[in-house]
Design a protein around this ligand. Sequence first.
Ligand SMILES: NC(=O)c1ccc[n+]([C@@H]2O[C@H](COP(=O)([O-])OP(=O)(O)OC[C@H]3O[C@@H](n4cnc5c(N)ncnc54)[C@H](OP(=O)(O)O)[C@@H]3O)[C@@H](O)[C@H]2O)c1
Length: 253
Amino acid sequence: MEIFSLTGKRALVTGSSRGLGLEMARALASAGAHVVLNGRYEDTLRAGVAEIEAAGGSASISVFDVSDEAAALGAMDQMAADFGGIDILINNAGIVHRAELKEFTTEDYARVVHTNLTSCFYMARHAAGYMTGQKFGRIINIASVLSVLGRPTVPAYISAKAGLAGLTRGLAVELGPDGVTCNAIAPGYFATELNAALVEDPEFNQFVCDRTPLGRWGDPAELGGAAVFLASPAGAYVNGHLLVIDGGMTVKL
Ligand SMILES: NC(=O)c1ccc[n+]([C@@H]2O[C@H](COP(=O)([O-])OP(=O)(O)OC[C@H]3O[C@@H](n4cnc5c(N)ncnc54)[C@H](OP(=O)(O)O)[C@@H]3O)[C@@H](O)[C@H]2O)c1
């Protein structure tokens, strides 16, 4: 057993057409897993598969919107039928809506919480059906430093990410007896499309660099190793953990 090997494992990474999801998918594939890429648009997913295959990895696509429960669960059943099971689920797809509180509508709040939290609940519940049957599974939820910190203008995102940290603990406790671990990764500020408006804002850019002991934004590729660790034999006894990857931002006073 190689300690970081994922050979023979079948992984689904939601929201992996770009950004952190694509980097984690790349990392899982380079460790030997077959990775199913997910997003809402076939073209971008096919480009991701081509990149992974060009690097010697194995990948396929599953086009669905995580906020559509029937479509998401159906796609997982299809994956299990195609590959004989599901070993690793990374709940990564996520959106952000920014507005001052007085302009933040209840509809926008519900939309963000549904996509960023509720979908993780039903995806994990469904994956657990396969994982507990095979007495092995790894569920990794992509939380945020906003699971434990606060900022103005993103109340729905904060609610969802704090909830996701709680959901992670609940699943870890309930599924552990069946050989399934559930952990969360809490990224700090990574330069992806989700944060494009912030990266382009010189004031915010300066804030991130000043606030982060490493003095810079995270590179999305710097998240891949953590995903491999939590999914691999190296992480077998890690359960219910929130792994913060933020260049030291949250430990700085
Ligand atoms: N970047 C950061 O600094 C940071 C920090 C903390 C946490 N996070 C979390 O990390 C995750 C990924 O963020 P990112 O920065 O990589 O974002 P991103 O660059 O905007 O990518 C988001 C991904 O999610 C997919 N997606 C969005 N809505 C979807 C839906 N309803 N169904 C299926 N796929 C959907 C997008 O694919 P399509 O548009 O092609 O469908 C895309 O692949 C999110 O959960 C985010 O909250 C990010």
